[in-house]
Design a protein around this ligand. Structure first.
Ligand code: NIG
Ligand code: FE
Length: 395
């Protein structure tokens, strides 16, 4: 039997490891090298001390980062809403009701069309450095349509989220409690086998605190971890509900009271910020500085969906976070890698410590700061997933 190959990447100007001391912070080495063996990081350190390996790749003075962990995306859908976006840019407000336009198109779409759109977006993410992504249902809102959405999502990721509680569909407009019963009962039974997470849109026009708590409790009883769409369009109970439910993450966090910030700093709930949604809805950006200065754990994700945030680009979100949300370049890159991993309760990704999955990005730039310094410029030269080159080309 031949020995498995190991690969040395040398000539790395900046190696972002997120594996320094203290933990939970951005950490990087300069003039570094990294060894991949069996799909994992086997060694990192100064280039001068790199061990001998079967294969050698020269990064040529460029930066290497952990692959992005995009912990919030809605990729199972049909149709598009560019006219709604254009109307918003002309001054109209964002309303949760737009979700139903996508629900109608998604229900009408054959499996093949949903699968093709999903795979196109997943491939788009990979080319932009995202090596792990979460994917929600939520545009089906019937038992078979939600189950179908989750089965399709499970074809492309292990981070699958049941979002039957996205909005109340029109056929239940007169009986929203009946819809919550469906979400917590037969729909959950059909969906739980394909999902790891349960999510609820806790917002005026979607689900209130009691309904959201009921959905999360039912999901947890079925073995799912909890996450919440919280405080996106206005102040509300979402963050509190997330904290009480022991959720992994409260997502959006755009309108927070001091009590919400306290809840995020005194519990392990990650505050996942989604600046693509503020960009796409012309809302004010969330106050990342307030959260970071208070000691909350912050993640950055795309919220890729056809309504509020039709971007699959984590680099775009990093640039927005740095320019518009006063995050440092280090904080933004940490939030999009290790922060996303925390929001998914994963320890094997989001960092390049020894033993981590060898998910990495070769940047066509000397440092991570270029992700924000050169916004809109494609700079992802190559992407490895579990040690395998999956996008771009190795030098
Ligand atoms: O995260 N907030 C709820 N869901 C999505 C929007 C979905 C849509 O507009 O289609 C979000 O922004
Ligand atoms: Fe969302």
């Amino acid at each position: 039997m031949s020995k498995p190959e190991n690969t040395l990447i040398r000539g790395i100007s900046e190696l972002v490891t997120n594996a320094g001391d203290p933990p939970g912070r951005f950490a990087a080495l300069t003039d570094a090298a990294l060894v991949i063996a069996d799909g994992r990081v086997a060694w990192t350190g100064p280039a001068a001390r790199a061990p001998a390996t079967d294969v050698v790749v020269d990064a040529g003075g460029r930066a290497v980062l952990p692959g992005f962990a995009d912990s919030h995306a809605h990729l199972v859908f049909a149709g598009e809403r560019s006219a709604e976006f254009a109307a918003r840019m002309a001054g109209r407000p964002y309303r949760a009701g737009g979700i139903l336009v996508t629900v109608e198109a998604t229900r009408a779409a054959p499996d093949g069309a949903l699968r093709a759109n999903l795979r196109r977006l997943a491939a788009e993410m990979l080319r932009q450095g995202t090596t792990t992504f979460e994917c929600k249902s939520g545009y089906g809102l019937t038992v078979p349509d939600e189950a179908r959405g989750l089965a399709l999502a499970a074809e492309v990721t292990s981070e699958v989220t049941y979002l039957g509680a996205h909005v109340v569909p029109p056929e239940f407009a007169a009986d929203p409690d009946g819809y919550v019963d469906l979400v917590c009962g037969p729909m959950l039974d059909a969906c739980a086998p394909s999902a790891r997470w349960v999510d609820v849109f806790c917002e005026d026009g979607a689900f209130g605190a009691d309904e959201a708590a009921a959905v999360l409790a039912a999901g947890r009883a079925a073995g799912l971890g909890a996450r919440v769409h919280a405080n996106q369009l206005g102040p509300g109970p979402g963050v509190r509900v997330a904290a009480e439910a022991g959720a992994a993450s409260a997502d959006h966090c755009t309108f927070l009271t001091d009590a919400d910030v306290d809840a995020l700093t005194s519990t392990p709930v990650v505050a996942t910020l989604l600046p693509g949604a503020e960009f796409g809805t012309r809302q004010s950006f969330p106050d990342a500085r307030r959260l970071l200065d208070a000691g909350a754990t912050v993640a950055l994700a795309t919220d890729c969906n056809p309504g509020s945030s039709f971007t699959s680009s984590v680099p775009f979100c990093i640039a927005l976070a740095v320019r518009e949300m006063r995050m440092t370049t280090e904080e933004a890159v940490w939030a999009a890698t290790a922060g996303g991993a925390r929001a998914l309760r994963r320890t094997d990704i989001g960092h390049l410590g020894v033993g981590a999955r060898a998910d990495l990005i070769l940047l066509d730039a000397p440092s991570h700061a270029y992700l924000a310094y050169r916004p809109g410029v494609p700079q992802i030269a190559a992407v490895w997933q579990a040690g395998r080159l999956v996008a771009g080309s190795a030098p």
